[in-house]
Design a protein around this ligand. Structure first.
Ligand code: UD1
Length: 422
């Protein structure tokens, strides 16, 4: 596997690229097919990513047949009876494996799922997922790192209040509620656009789902889901990453096939920092400006500034004209990229959940390591803007979330090359 991206920096990006389907929408939507008993989910605009292949491996292990119609469309053929034991080696490949918990428990009445474990951005517990499922009548035990959950009869619809608007817990509980008896109301849910995509998919599978403006969702459980169709929304984080790459390299480039309202917070912050761009109904074009102004950014659940774009935004601010403050309020340790950016000449100091970024005139190319997916993205866009050559090692993280990033960058005029090793 090609694990290193060699970048010759300093070339302004030019041209136009399409946004991929959203990783974080595709994963829960694909897992939601597990509420079917003998039926199909046909899905369009699926991105070609490692995390998606890992989800396919998991579904196949549970008995789902996956027919790939072309690069971005697949049909998930679900048997009358699914297997309910998720194999450890597959689950450990991807944290989002926990998304099968809700649908599989609701459908089979039991599940055993090895705990997906933490990752470099924080501890990533699933206590809120488990608490909600218990409230719906599940009995849950964790033995030797494996979650064993079962329910007598069906899960029971009820009112659930989430202590924090966790994206994953919202998704798991919504899908579990689809096959519960009676109505489930979940309050204080995550309102990321990926949740709307999941709600629409559930509706297409025959489940009455109503999202309420105030941060709640109402789901009427059904006996049996029907075959249906859905389409994955555009990836707002991928789009934001390329927009930031355009801004950082002082390029003139367009990102198409996106939904501007999904990246409002990013655009608002870029505007505040003095970036120049034009927004149409489905694209953003950035225009060159000399240097960004320093700003303050705080990550928050949607519609706040996304934690998944925080490292890339910090990379852009590392060459702004002054001192910026970036506060991370969603994950505990999402600043691992800072020491790598500092190797490139950035001046970032971290104290707990705050990054103080003193803008420098220019970054210099260096050999750096992607510690996680978005850290990798931040280092790549920094490398594109830096003087000289940058090598980003551990691209394995980046392939989890960015489809053909080398080809897309090349089509924008960047000089990048994939290498086997350093
Ligand atoms: C999803 C996204 C991820 C994004 C995150 C926040 C997917 C596949 N991943 O992750 O890219 O960064 O949303 O936008 O969609 N928490 C608990 N207990 C729980 C669940 C979460 O304490 O049971 C905490 C987490 O530790 C974290 C915070 O809540 O600090 C946010 O997590 P959550 O919204 O659940 O993120 P994910 O669904 O894991």
């Amino acid at each position: 596997m090609k694990n290193v991206l060699k970048i010759t920096g300093g070339i302004p990006l030019k041209g136009s690229i399409k946004t991929q389907g959203a990783k974080n929408a595709a994963l829960p939507v694909i897992a939601a097919c597990l509420i079917l008993r003998g039926g199909t989910l046909t899905l369009d605009n699926i991105p070609d990513l490692y995390d998606i292949s890992a989800m396919y491996d998991l579904l196949r292990a549970l008995g789902v047949e996956i027919l790939k119609e072309n690069n971005s469309r697949a049909i998930f053929k679900v048997p009358e009876e699914l297997r309910w034991e998720a194999p450890e080696p597959i689950v450990r490949k991807m944290r989002a494996s926990s998304l099968v918990l809700g649908p599989l428990l609701a459908n089979c009445g039991r599940i055993s799922l090895p705990l997906p474990g933490g990752c470099s951005i924080g501890s990533r517990p699933i206590d809120l997922h488990l608490k909600g499922l218990k409230q719906m009548g599940a009995e849950i035990e964790i033995r030797n790192g494996v979650v064993h959950a079962s329910v007598k009869g069906r899960l029971r619809g009820r009112r659930i209040y989430l202590d924090f608007p966790s994206v994953g817990a919202t998704e798991n509980l919504m899908v579990a509620a689809a096959l519960a008896s009676g109505e489930t109301i979940i309050e204080n849910i995550a309102r990321e656009p990926e949740i709307d995509n999941l709600a629409e998919t559930l509706r297409n599978l025959g489940v009455p789902v109503e999202l309420e403006g105030t941060g709640g969702v109402r789901i009427k459980g059904i006996d049996r889901a029907k075959s249906g169709y859905s389409r994955v929304i555009p990836d707002r984080i991928e789009a934001g990453t390329y927009i930031l790459a355009g801004v950082m390299t002082r390029g003139e480039m367009t990102v198409t096939d996106l939904i501007p309202s999904h990246i409002d917070s990013m655009l608002a912050k870029l505007e505040e920092a003095g970036a120049k761009f034009k927004v149409t109904k489905d694209s953003v074009t950035v225009y060159p400006v000399k240097r960004l102004k320093p700003i303050s950014v705080k990550t928050m659940p949607f519609p706040g500034f996304p934690t998944d774009a925080q490292p890339q935004m910090s990379a852009a601010l590392s060459i702004a004209n002054g001192v910026s403050m970036v506060e991370e309020s969603v994950f505990q340790s999402r600043f691992l990229y800072a020491q790598e950016l500092n190797r490139m000449g950035a001046d970032i100091k971290i104290s707990r959940d705050l990054a103080v970024i003193k803008g420098v005139k220019k970054l210099q190319g260096a050999t750096v390591k992607a510690t996680d997916l978005r850290a990798g993205a931040a280092l790549i866009i920094a490398g594109l803007a830096a003087e000289g050559e940058t090598r980003v090692d551990d691209m394995v993280h980046v392939w989890r979330g960015y489809e053909a990033i080398d080809q897309k960058l090349r089509s924008l005029g960047a000089k990048v090359e994939l290498l086997d090793s350093l």
